[in-house]
Ligand binder design. Structure first.
Ligand code: ADP
Ligand code: MG
Length: 333
């Protein structure tokens, strides 16, 4: 928790290259600049705020709706956590958001958002003509400008012929709703690169690739980058999740710079490993709503900020300084 920190280091990471053309221009990652603050409890938060520019509302770049797919290739790297937290951060910033759980059969975005009891209909029923679209859209209890739509019921299989075209239809239907076109449509993509993945990426015009700094996740992320580009999605940004600075310092984990060099993608955010993420997952209460904010919560909010403005702000790595061990700690004092 933020208020319990003794010292916080803020490391502005490079504002990245024009992601739309990253494959056409040579990729040059920059060495992170370190800025260390020695905060008292009160000024630490304001210092973070000024670095993150939270004293102003972000300006929405690009045409609406921005259709963003959150993908990774590998499972369990944090796609659903990112969808929930970035989605709700966008809603808190005042943008209208529709989050689509495209993880057929193994959906869990509703659980993370604490909305599982409110999902009565899914997109499959809308397509079958069993209900209207607005009946399948579940409004968040806390932020009315955030809505969830699940593609299908848990453990069900998609009907034959259901594919990317259904999602393209959905995006068109959302655009022409009487309430107005949403600012963001965020799609939580299933793991793997089979039919579910293809369905999820079809309507998207930009992608956020979530990866952890380990070789298996990076390998899958690289493969997925190639597939996204083949599908015409050139605007790909990455979130490096579950970063542990203590392990990076001990050279037991790849640094964010290494990850950037390997994938050659624009950096949207760096999320630290934080036990609060697991706690909030189990409570069905997204991290970004926690008060006081947690380290990972701050990082997700910052990633949402950068998504809105299309990379105009410096990525900041928020880390907790390791607690100094006193002389008496040796004796368990
Ligand atoms: P995916 O959707 O890619 O399969 P999830 O978002 O469901 O991944 O996350 C998998 C697990 O990892 C969850 O238990 C989640 O709480 C945990 N997790 C994700 N990000 C972090 C983090 N930054 N720190 C700690 N645990 C995390
Ligand atoms: Mg998931």
């Amino acid at each position: 928790m933020l208020c319990s920190l003794t010292m916080i280091s803020l490391k502005p990471l490079p504002t990245n290259l024009n992601s739309s053309f990253h494959s056409l221009t040579p990729f040059k990652p920059f060495t992170p600049i370190t800025q260390t603050l020695k905060p008292s409890k009160s000024h630490s938060y304001s210092a973070i705020q000024s670095v993150l520019q939270w004293n102003r509302k972000p300006e929405l770049a690009g045409d609406t709706p921005r259709v963003v797919v959150i993908t990774s290739g590998k499972g369990g790297v944090g796609k659903t956590t990112t969808t929930a937290n970035v989605g709700l951060s966008l809603a808190r910033l005042g943008f209208s958001v529709v989050a689509i759980d495209a993880d057929v059969g193994l959906r869990n975005l509703d659980l993370l958002l604490g909305l599982e009891n409110r999902v009565n209909y899914t997109l499959v029923e809308v397509m079958n003509g069993d209900c209207r679209l607005d009946q399948a859209l579940v409004r968040d209890k806390r932020w009315s400008n955030f809505e969830l739509l699940c593609i299908s019921k848990p453990r069900s299989k998609l009907p034959l012929g259901f594919g990317g075209k259904a999602l393209v239809w959905l995006v068109e239907a959302l655009k022409t709703r009487p309430e107005g076109c949403p600012d963001f449509i965020i799609i939580d993509c299933p793991a793997g690169i089979d039919a579910g993945f293809i369905t999820a990426i079809t309507p998207a015009n930009e992608a956020v690739l979530v990866t952890t700094p380990d070789i298996t996740s990076l390998r899958d992320a690289d493969r997925v980058t190639g597939l996204l580009e083949c599908d015409g999605i050139r605007d790909i940004k990455m979130i490096v999740n579950r970063v542990r600075t203590d392990m990076i310092k001990g050279e037991d984990m790849m640094s964010v710079l290494d990850v950037q060099e390997m994938l050659g993608l624009a950096l949207l955010g760096v999320i630290p490993e934080d036990s609060e993420v697991i706690r909030s997952t189990n409570r069905g209460y997204p991290l970004v709503l926690n008060k006081p904010p947690t380290l990972a919560g701050l990082a997700f909010e910052q990633a949402a900020w950068r998504l809105v403005e299309q990379d105009t702000m410096k990525a900041v790595m928020v880390e907790e300084e390791p607690k100094k061990r006193g002389f008496f700690s040796f004796f368990g004092g």
